[in-house]
Design a protein around this ligand. Structure first.
Ligand SMILES: Cc1ncc(COP(=O)(O)O)c(C=O)c1O
Length: 236
């Protein structure tokens, strides 16, 4: 069989397996344990955290590890909106988002949130100009993916962030299909939250999906907490 579906998943790169092997066999400590073998695992986790953060221009402290992209998307939407930090009850999601964004959006709708679906062009692109008419004073979150998993469209996420500017709206980007493949980072895109998935770019399955948040242009955010806008905004 010749396998072409690297959008669904990718094989583990041998160098990744080599890097993981010590922790799958000899060095099996729990990183939360205080003893030496646990602390060795802790140091490895922290090294990985820094590498992942560097890859997307995030603060290592903002990385939250999840078990999958699906879990990361759920955390980004549900965690941020239900944290109590946002009063707004309106969210906007792109029409072609992955089911792991559309399903939590639908669940939030049933719980009293209002959800607008941003239309896409015939190429599957979500444009900033199509987001603009959907914005409301109570909009709390916009979720637009970077690279579409089925048709391959690359959304100009930075244009959407420019449109939002310093409004108190969280912007989440599901970058499951773009991290490790095309330039993808917080400074480039300006989002507050991002979803990353290791198995989409030759990493292991079940590890390493991480919604994170530090944006060079839009301040910092936590998927389980608040959006801290940069000082520039507060003085406006
Ligand atoms: C765009 C996108 N987001 C999220 C996911 C979900 O990732 P996972 O399979 O790790 O749950 C996928 C996987 O197909 C995807 O393509």
């Amino acid at each position: 069989m010749i396998y072409f579906d690297h959008n669904a998943t990718t094989p583990l790169d041998p160098s990744v397996l080599e890097a993981m092997m010590p922790f799958l066999s000899g060095s099996y400590g729990n990183p939360s344990s205080q003893h030496a073998i646990g602390q060795e695992a802790r140091r490895a986790v922290e090294r990985s955290r820094r590498k992942i953060a560097d890859l997307v221009g995030a603060d290592p402290r903002s990385i939250i590890f999840t078990g999958s992209g699906t879990e990361a998307n759920n955390l980004a939407l549900r965690g941020s909106l239900t944290s109590g930090a946002f009063k707004g009850k309106h969210l906007i999601v792109g029409a072609l988002e992955h089911p792991s964004v559309l399903a939590p959006a639908e669940a939030l709708r049933r719980e009293g949130y209002e959800v607008s679906i941003a239309p896409v062009t015939s190429d599957g692109e979500v444009r900033a100009e199509d987001i603009e008419p959907l914005l409301r004073p109570d909009t709390a979150l916009i979720s637009v993916m970077h690279a579409q998993n089925e048709v391959g469209t690359i959304n100009q996420v930075h244009e959407i962030c420019e449109l939002i500017g310093y409004r108190r709206i969280l912007v989440h980007c599901d970058a499951a299909q773009s991290v490790g493949k095309i330039p993808t980072s917080f400074p480039l895109m300006g989002t507050n939250l991002m979803t990353m998935v290791a198995h989409k770019f030759h990493g292991p399955k079940g590890i390493g999906a991480a919604p994170t948040g530090v944006s060079a242009t839009r301040g910092s955010a936590s998927p389980t907490g608040s959006l801290r806008l940069r000082p520039r905004e507060r003085s406006r």
